[in-house]
Design a protein around this ligand. Structure first.
Ligand code: FES
Length: 261
């Protein structure tokens, strides 16, 4: 992990409040692995508001051009600041952070909800390049994510997209793609999305024999395991709970062990 400055290549609005930001960073492109994230300062140099950096999963890296990409949704002051940034502006970030995903299985099922596509896009791309069999199920609330489908299509793998609001791709929610769970019995699953989706997936996979992991997204402060601001509750074998830090122990946890409040 390093503290870095990086020049913005593009910062494009691709959906309603959804943006794609590309920045030049040989260090991130060389060192980032799927599952990892950057922690970005979201105010002008010398300013302290907002004080905390914002974490963003790495969506893609292009090692040929040394360009890394993140997706973000404008939700508050920090991301509103980001949306105003332009080509040539310099961002201040730390990364790559978090544990890289390590996979032994040959068949991987990726399941994303909303912006949860960000880490899974990078992950699926890397798996496909290792010639693993990847099936991606992606669910979005509205057609604001249509641009993301173009990126998914380029990965050249099997996928299904669900959209809740309008007839774009399949109408429905992402778990509709698991009605015939048996077809994925030889797969290992990696899921990223809202807690409600992860809870549904816990029920779906329970007793299925399919090993499933959740990539957890939490609010963060330090991003390096110091502040304990990103704790998740994990069920332990004694019937109690342990606590883990998403930033340094995660982001991937056994889906069945996660305890949601
Ligand atoms: Fe500080 Fe995880 S963000 S411990």
């Amino acid at each position: 992990m390093q503290s870095l400055k990086a020049e913005i290549i593009t910062n494009e609005r691709i959906g309603d409040k959804l943006y794609k930001l590309e920045f030049f960073s040989p260090y991130i492109c060389r060192n980032a692995a799927p599952g990892q994230f950057i922690n970005m300062r979201c105010c002008d140099p010398g300013q302290l508001d907002p004080l905390l950096r914002r974490p963003f999963s790495i969506y893609d890296t292009d090692k040929g051009f040394n360009v890394a990409t993140i997706l973000y949704i404008v939700r508050g002051k920090g991301t509103a600041f980001m949306a105003r940034l332009e080509r040539g502006d310099v961002i201040d970030l730390c990364g790559p952070l978090g544990k890289p995903l390590k996979v032994k299985a040959d068949r991987i099922l990726c399941i994303s909800g909303g912006i949860g596509i960000a880490p899974l896009h990078f992950f699926a791309k890397s798996l496909a390049s290792q010639e693993k069999k990847v099936y991606l199920l992606a669910g979005f609330k509205d057609p604001g994510y249509m641009q993301v489908e173009k990126d998914i299509r380029r990965l050249n793998l099997d996928y299904m997209i669900f959209c809740e609001e309008e007839m774009w791709a399949n109408q429905g929610i992402v778990t509709d793609g698991l009605k015939d769970l048996k077809r994925f019995s030889a797969y290992q699953a990696y899921c990223c999305g809202p807690h409600e989706m992860l809870k549904d997936l816990q029920k779906k996979f329970s007793g299925s024999g399919i090993k499933a992991y959740a990539l957890v997204e939490e609010r963060m402060a330090c991003g390096i395991g110091v502040c304990e601001g990103c704790i998740v509750k994990i069920k332990n074998r004694q019937g109690g709970f342990d606590y883990r830090k998403v930033c340094s122990d995660g982001p991937a946890f056994d889906l069945m062990e996660l305890a949601f409040e």
